[in-house]
Design a protein around this ligand. Structure first.
Ligand code: ADP
Ligand code: ZN
Ligand code: ZN
Length: 752
């Protein structure tokens, strides 16, 4: 190694920079970016990722420490664990989201790899002759017997695995020598299969007949689907928004676009929200395609996750389906990225490395030069705005497939109406009628537990969380009061702790209560509750779906889990218990989320060939947004919201970032943000970045910490980025900055 050789390593630490290390003393070969190394950091040894090799360091060699150990040595030496495109994407995302780079890169690795474990399976590599070697006479290399023998085996068998070579006594280093001489090359067998289909002429011929790639023929597309599919350009970066109602056939369009991509020998990455990665969804892909599908979601063991990740990396998996973090999966030959339900808030990570998988997907497709397909029945305002500005091409599927009719909305005014645990008499009557006609009913309310508040009727005492500024939710089924923000729990008291009165009363309704009410009203009908409490068990959702799909009349009652992903063809009535929360939310996205949720719930009613009805209970039935949504539909509703956002100078017309700070001492958190505001005002040239706050967060105290936020807003993303970059570094050096937990939330989704 030459004297002037350093490696810049991303080390998992809250410090926002790379660290220089000397090469390992034992190192024979040069390390390539994307390789994991063990390095000394402070008093610890940590696992970092090599980002670049350089000949210059700001430090003298004597001040630097050496890399202790190089990992990933079972990989071919020109093949890093993190391929260059992914490493760069990770670096970009760390910078964009202003997250410490080492933590960000560690965060995109599966846990086992982050902890320093080797890849659980060696890539299934084989060897073959290079074109050059094919021209050599058989007597070549007669002085190197082993090498000659290896060439002979390759000549005879075409492809030979590592294991077979080993059985013949030929070691890896002999093969590496052949590789260095340009005589042999390593190939991944499965990747080779993928490659074998790259024949564009054949693609045109083999239109839609079932063949090795397809296990079942694809459906004949309806004209709108056909137009959407043919509009999708497969070569180069082309972003699309596929806006189609629930059941309009988006998934079929995805699958046929994927089919084309696979025929070009490339891989497809499909991102979906956690909640909609159902066995049903997966089953559709598995029934259609003969190829390997890697699935990545939070229910996997660490080993399973690592294997799936590697299948994507080596190209063994032609299709990768996963939730948020899958956007950072390495792909040997990326061909298309699809983000289903692109509006879903779960694509944004809400703590630590706060990236948006949808937005990273856009950047990734752009950098890889491949098409991007965002799909939704209720697109985000950001994506609709990108269509207006012609950044994305809008593809529209308006008709429902088959004979299903669009659902009919009916409003029920709650003012002065008599309620039975939140149900109006009209709603109860409608449920009766639907059940009598052999239909299934869906009841939606966005609150789990029995009741969101427990109070003393005598003195007004409130059951509050002792760590957060919030009420405890009563969970009768577990006989506990539980905090939905910090998981704190306690027994339900029998008497008021303040005045000893036994008259404690529940206020408001949660899903448990609606379930109990429905059980009392409809004792002969199965009631199925679907929320985070009932779906904890591993196969709970699957069992629930198969129960419903038997088709017998039943009532489903649940939270937004019900509104997403599932196909319930026999639901003829959906009841929205209370539409008011979204109308008066403190979050500027409240109305958008409400419109999306209501539209998604409505989309569940009347699938298949049964027309559906949606009952909407509200104290504000005449609210113009509700009227707009149900009379003119989601597109008109979204257009109105966009106008409102433009007038209010809010996203997507401005870029927002939140600087969050939390501390056991509220003054520290606030003081740090006041300092941040000062710095921001100094850094922001011509006041291009506008600061608001610091203000207490809407949930001021959580898990024992006081939380403050400073809102930063700019017309141009770049201005905000520039300021944040410098601001983060300055805050790191502030004394308070080390005492207070602070973080940057770029493009925040929830203002909590
Ligand atoms: P989305 O993803 O928009 O909710 P899907 O792709 O799931 O819609 O389609 C809804 C239903 O319609 C599915 O059962 C699907 O098999 C069926 N379907 C979609 N496209 C067609 C088509 N071209 N011909 C017949 N059935 C179709
Ligand atoms: Zn009391
Ligand atoms: Zn709490």
């Amino acid at each position: 190694m030459s004297a002037n050789c350093y490696y810049r390593v991303a080390v998992p630490s809250p410090v926002r920079r790379l660290f220089d290390y000397l090469p390992a003393e034992t190192a024979e070969t040069e390390l390539i970016p994307g390789t994991r190394v063990v390095v000394p950091y402070g008093k610890r040894k940590v696992i970092g990722v090599v980002v670049e090799k350089t000949t210059h360091s700001d430090f003298k060699p004597a001040q630097l420490k050496a890399i202790e150990q190089v990992l990933d040595q079972q990989l071919p030496k020109d093949e890093p664990l993190l391929p260059a495109d992914l490493l760069e994407l990770g670096l970009w995302a760390a910078d964009y989201y202003q997250h410490p780079v080492g933590e960000a890169l560690a965060g995109i690795l599966p846990t086992l790899l982050r902890k320093g474990k080797e890849l659980p399976i060696a890539a299934p590599t084989h060897w073959q002759l290079s074109t050059h070697a094919k021209g050599l006479p058989e007597t070549a290399l007669s002085k190197a017997k082993r090498q000659q023998q290896a060439l002979g085996l390759l000549r005879e068998h075409g492809k030979v695995s590592n294991a077979d070579f080993k059985a013949q006594g030929i070691s890896r280093s002999i093969l590496n020598t052949l590789k260095d001489k340009g005589l042999a090359e390593e190939v991944c067998i499965e990747a080779a299969i993928l490659e074998a289909t790259v024949d564009e002429a054949k693609v045109a011929e083999s239109a839609s007949i079932s063949d090795e790639l397809l296990a079942e023929p694809s459906l004949a597309l309806r004209p709108e689907q056909h137009n959407a599919l043919t509009a999708i350009e497969l070569h180069g970066y082309h972003p699309y928004l596929l806006h189609g109602d629930t059941g309009s056939g988006k998934t079929e369009v995805y699958m046929q676009a994927i089919e084309k991509v696979l025929r070009y020998g490339r891989q497809a990455l499909v991102l979906i929200p956690e909640i909609s990665l159902t066995p049903q969804t997966l089953g559709r892909f598995e029934r259609r395609f003969n190829c390997t599908i890697a699935v990545l979601h939070s229910g996997l063991t660490e080993l399973e996750r690592c294997k799936a990740w590697n299948q994507a990396r080596t190209g063994t998996a032609a299709i990768v389906i996963g939730t948020r973090s899958a956007v950072f999966v390495p792909l040997l030959k990326p061909g298309i990225i699809i983000v289903d339900e692109e509006h879903d808030a779960s694509f944004k990570q809400q703590d630590g490395f706060r990236y948006s998988a949808r937005d990273v997907a856009v950047m990734r497709a752009n950098r890889s030069g491949i098409p991007l397909l965002l799909g939704s029945a209720t697109p985000s305002l950001e994506s609709l705005y990108n269509c207006q500005r012609e950044r994305y091409a809008l593809l529209r599927l308006s008709k429902r497939s088959g004979t299903a009719l669009a659902a009919q909305w009916q409003k029920i005014d709650l003012r002065d109406s008599k309620l039975n645990s939140g149900f109006s008499a009209a709603a109860i009557q409608a449920i009766k009628t639907a059940l009598a006609a052999d239909g299934q009913v869906l009841v939606f309310l966005n609150r789990r537990g029995y009741a969101p508040a427990l109070i003393c009727h005598h003195c007004g005492w409130n059951a509050l969380c002792r760590h957060c500024d919030t009420r405890l939710t009563t969970h009768l089924s577990r006989s506990r009061l539980i905090c939905h923000h910090c998981e704190y729990q306690q027994a339900i008291p029998n008497i008021c702790p303040d005045c000893q009165s036994p008259e404690l009363i529940f206020l408001g309704q949660g899903t448990e209560q609606s379930e109990a009410t429905l059980e009392a009203l409809f004792p002969d009908t199965p009631i199925i509750r679907v929320d985070r409490d009932t779906t904890r068990r591993k196969h709970a959702v699957r069992d629930m779906v198969s129960e419903v799909n038997k088709g017998e009349p039943c009532i489903l009652v649940g939270t937004q889990m019900l509104a997403k992903g599932h196909h319930f063809p026999r639901v003829t009535l959906a009841v929205i218990l209370n539409a008011d929360d979204g109308l008066f939310s403190t979050d500027f996205r409240g109305a958008e989320r409400m419109g999306q949720l209501l539209t998604q719930v409505a989309g569940r009613a009347g699938r298949g060939d049964h027309p559906g009805t949606v009952l909407l209970q509200s104290h504000h039935c005449d609210h113009p947004l509700i009227t707009l949504l149900i009379e003119r539909g989601y597109s008109a509703f979204a257009e109105q919201l966009l106008d409102d956002r433009a007038a209010a100078h809010m996203p997507p017309f401005r870029t927002l970032a939140l600087l969050r700070a939390e501390s056991e001492n509220p003054e520290h958190a606030e003081a740090l943000l006041r300092r941040a505001r000062q710095l921001c005002e100094q850094l922001s040239v011509n006041a291009a970045v506008y600061a608001l706050g610091p203000l207490p967060a809407p949930l001021e105290k959580r898990a024992g910490r006081y939380r403050y936020q400073l809102t930063l807003k700019a017309e141009h993303r770049n201005h905000l980025q520039q300021v944040l970059r410098q601001l983060s570094v300055l805050l790191e050096t502030e004394k308070l900055g080390r005492k207070v937990r602070w973080s940057v939330d770029m493009d925040p989704q929830e203002m909590l």
